[in-house]
Ligand binder design. Structure first.
Ligand code: BGC
Length: 595
């Protein structure tokens, strides 16, 4: 093990400056002459994306096969930080097997507005839930000696103009909404690194923001790890270094090193700023390298697939179940309709895209189940093109079935890093198909695939709605088991589903082309707004049904917390997520109905 202090005495200033930026797209600079190894960093939040060949940070080129777990927005519906920790440990193990020192995740930005193109990569609109889950992932990843890198710090809520937009937010909202999740993640997860975001916050780039990086992150929360820039997210490296940013990624080249050197020589920053950053980076490099050297070079893909399936089961949310249509009994004559049943949509696009070790298909899982699958029809063009022939064939099949399992969802283009969504609707051809099928067979279960909220004006056209989210490579088995009752879907929504997009408080000021984005709604995001304003929603935050019922009794609340007895009063096993909200009585400041 190298001693950082001794090393700082040996390194020349130029060498020190060089160490503070990456050498390749996903690699740091090594200096063998000083015993400093080069380390790998890889995405990502829900599966490893190590590109062994040509690298990019947009998810373009394939990466080595890895387990694709449900996305953060799906796992959040489990409200289960221990599950997050198990997923994190599996991610850490796969990273170690691939000699990756830093996993670039989890992502925990607040869902200010459901149109954010990366909503699928983030947990929730609630900072407490997001922070707890992120801390779980971080503990898991780091239990394997690999560093986690929670992202994107901070106030990064949209993809439009993501490298230039300026989030204007008041201090109370900053602290109570946008920083709280990170604070929990840092204090309870102790990540060894954190990724700064592309955007500006109140006029200063997040990566150069003294208030965020020095005063709050390092000063108040005691973070002593490396702040890593988002890829291409450094604007003034010297200012970043002075204000707490450690490593510039991906590979800015010699100019960046020379600029940093010149900044020290001209007195813009001091050598002690550089030394401080190296004292954060070098221990991470040495410690993770030592852990990787001792780690196995393989992982058990079948075990990780099984974990991905359990995670998908816990993440399912039953949104509607009229007349207890679900679960379907053995022998039920079902028609399976919808392209997503055969061509799964199970992850989002961009830097988090995983080259999965295997992908389960719902249609296969249903055929293997005790249901009587009488046929499959594609039903619609996935990318929205109207197709009367596909619709007609689907309706013909539906007439012969007892129950229709209709798989609807967003396509790959709708949800991606780099782009915000333009609306919350499902493609019209899918809605038309649902209506046409409902006219011939009203017993419809919709299985919905999307990484985030959709408007559901079509809800009356189905009797049951199972939200499968983006359930990862093993999601299909979880859905099949939920449809047949082997699994009781018990997840609860981690974000509010409004009746219509216009109801979202930030609707008027989201993803505009303006340079500044004013967070005028302040604290009032998600359920904090809807409950305080008493505005109706389609499905509230925390909503989810179950195949069983629960009774709460003996509730005692005191300064230590709340305890109660939860009794399963139904006839099948199930999990209950107990939710506790707090509000301040007689607040002199404006206050929320629920926190
Ligand atoms: C994304 C990060 C990602 C990085 C490396 C960036 O474009 O914003 O989330 O970790 O690329 O792939």
């Amino acid at each position: 093990m190298q001693n950082t202090e001794l090393l700082l005495k040996k390194l020349t200033l130029e060498e020190k400056c060089a160490l503070l930026s990456g050498a390749e797209t996903f690699k740091t600079r090594g200096m063998p002459q000083h015993g400093i190894p080069q380390i790998w960093l890889s995405d990502g939040p829900h599966g490893l994306r190590k590109q062994a060949g040509e690298s990019d940070h947009l998810g373009l080129n394939p990466s080595v096969p890895a387990t694709c777990f449900p996305t953060a927005s799906a796992v959040a519906n489990s409200w289960d930080a221990a599950l997050g920790e198990e997923i994190g440990a599996a991610l850490g193990e796969e990273a170690a097997a691939q000699e990756v020192s830093v996993v670039l995740g989890p992502g925990l930005n607040m869902k200010r507005n459901p149109l954010c193109g990366r909503s699928f990569e983030y947990f929730s609109e609630d900072p407490y839930l997001a922070g707890k889950l992120a801390a779980g992932y971080i503990r898991g990843i780091q239990s394997k000696g690999v560093a986690a890198c929670p992202k994107h710090f901070a106030v990064n809520s949209q993809e439009t103009r993501r490298m230039a937009s300026d989030s204007i937010v008041d201090e109370r909202t900053l602290r109570e909404i946008y920083l709280t999740g990170f604070e929990i993640a840092v204090k309870e997860g102790h990540p060894r690194s954190i990724m700064s975001s592309y955007n500006l916050v109140n006029g200063t780039y997040a990566n150069e923001n003294k208030h965020l990086l020095m005063e709050i992150l390092r000063g108040e929360w005691g973070f002593d790890g490396a702040v890593i820039t988002d890829w291409g997210g450094s604007n003034d490296h010297a200012l970043g270094v002075k204000n707490g940013s450690t490593l510039e990624m991906p590979a800015p080249g010699g100019d960046s090193v020379r600029e940093l050197l010149a900044a020290v020589e001209s007195g813009k920053i001091s050598e002690s700023d550089i030394d401080a950053r190296l004292s954060e980076l070098l221990p991470l490099v040495f410690d993770t390298k030592a852990a990787l050297d001792a780690a196995p070079r393989e992982f058990d893909a079948a075990t990780h697939h099984a974990l991905a399936r359990r995670a998908a089961e816990e993440s399912l949310v039953l949104l509607k179940n009229e007349g207890s249509l679900l679960p379907l009994a053995a022998g039920n004559k079902v028609a399976v309709i919808g392209d997503f049943a055969k061509n799964p949509r199970y992850q989002g696009a961009g830097s988090s895209m995983v080259n999965s070790t295997q992908v389960d298909v719902l249609l296969d899982k249903l055929i293997d189940s005790e249901l009587n699958v009488i046929g499959y029809q594609q039903g619609f063009d996935r990318h929205g093109k109207p197709d009367a022939a596909l619709q007609k064939s689907a309706c013909e099949l539906a007439t012969q079935a007892n129950t229709v399992i209709l798989c609807m969802g967003l396509d790959e283009i709708a949800e991606s890093e780099g782009l915000d969504r333009s609306n919350l609707r499902l493609a019209q051809n899918q809605v038309d198909l649902l209506q046409a099928v409902a006219a011939v067979n009203p017993k419809i279960v919709v299985v919905l695939y999307s990484g985030s909220v959709v408007e559901t004006p079509w809800l009356d056209n189905c009797q049951a709605l199972l939200y499968a989210a983006l359930g990862g490579q093993a999601g299909a088995g979880a859905v099949a088991d939920a449809l047949t009752g082997k699994v009781n879907p018990c997840g609860k929504l981690a974000e509010t589903w409004p009746l219509a997009y216009a109801d979202v408080p930030s609707a008027a000021d989201f993803a505009t082309r303006r340079k500044t984005v004013e967070y005028r709604e302040g604290l009032y995001i998600g359920y904090r707004y809807f409950t305080t304003a008493e505005k109706a929603v389609r499905f509230p935050f925390g909503y989810g049904m179950s195949y069983t019922t629960f009774a709460y009794s003996d509730m005692v609340a005191d300064e230590q917390g709340v305890s109660l007895t939860v009794t399963n009063t139904g006839s099948v096993a199930g999990t209950e997520i107990v939710q506790l909200y707090v509000a301040k009585k007689n607040s002199e400041l404006f206050a929320l109905q629920r926190n």
